[in-house]
Design a protein around this ligand. Structure first.
Ligand code: MG
Length: 259
């Protein structure tokens, strides 16, 4: 054999040994059977609570809710015709149960006759973890953002004053809208410093508006957010009774799946 022939033979031998190694690998090698994911029956639509959800509001009562500023006192927003309507005089309400990381579904409707403008037009919010009285916590903004100008990091779908929504998926006043949220609770070191920040993914009317954003800390109305002194564990989910003068909005079909 000359040099060229030797090299050719070497290449053939190397190729056939690779092929042999691949032949020895079996498809079973990469097929995993355990643990088996739990079977969950989906709802008729993606809005209906799946079988393993905790239903927080099913249209009948507020048994799962308390006043934020007087924890232990029954929430007294108006429940009628399967719908929950904000009672601005009584203030924010929150779940009696605390949650860590979760998937949350919330439906909300700005009244068809809404008045006002900017932040004073159908303002409410979902606090993804309530950290006490008033608006303490991490707010996913609710607002009439259908042709209503305001600062973009405060419009519907924003993580208030932290993350602008990727798009404006708002429906007009009078129509029901949905939020589907994946919340990853923050974790903290012993000394109170943040170990891993809170994360949120949000779909507004089925459209991705927040893609796994890392929150900078609890919501701050004035000043920069931070995790200083924010160390907390599982926390309630809170709905905002905003102090503006516009007509109160309504909620329905609220459920959560703990992760
Ligand atoms: Mg708000």
């Amino acid at each position: 054999m000359n040099k060229k022939q030797t090299l050719f033979l070497a290449v053939i031998l190397a190729a056939s040994s690779i092929a042999n190694a691949q032949n020895k690998a079996k498809h079973e090698d990469t097929e995993i059977y355990e643990p088996v994911p739990n079977v969950v029956t989906p709802g008729k639509t993606n809005s209906d609570a799946p079988s393993d959800a905790v239903v927080l509001f099913d249209g009948k009562n507020l048994d799962q809710w308390t006043l934020t500023d007087q924890r232990g006192t029954a929430a007294n927003w108006l429940v009628a015709d399967g719908i929950l309507t904000v009672n601005k005089r009584s203030g924010n309400i929150e779940t009696t149960k605390a949650f860590g990381s979760y998937q949350l579904h919330v439906e909300w409707r700005i009244p068809a006759n809404i008045t006002g403008s900017d932040q004073a037009r159908g303002n409410s919010g979902v606090f993804l973890a309530s950290l006490g009285k008033g608006d303490a916590g991490y707010e996913l903004q609710i607002l009439d953002s259908y042709k209503n100008k305001t600062y973009v990091n405060g419009q519907a779908g924003s993580i208030y004053k932290q993350f602008i929504p990727l798009v404006n998926a708002s429906k007009p006043p009078g129509e029901w809208q949905t939020y589907d949220i994946i919340w990853t609770a923050p974790t903290f070191n012993e000394d109170g410093t943040v170990k891993t920040p809170a994360k949120a993914t949000v779909f507004h009317n089925g459209v991705l508006v927040q893609n796994n954003v890392s929150l900078l800390g609890p919501t701050q109305f004035i000043g920069q957010p931070s995790y200083n002194n924010a160390k907390h564990g599982p926390a309630p989910i809170k709905l905002q009774a905003h102090g503006d003068k516009s007509e109160p909005l309504s909620y329905r079909n609220i459920w959560v799946r703990e992760l």
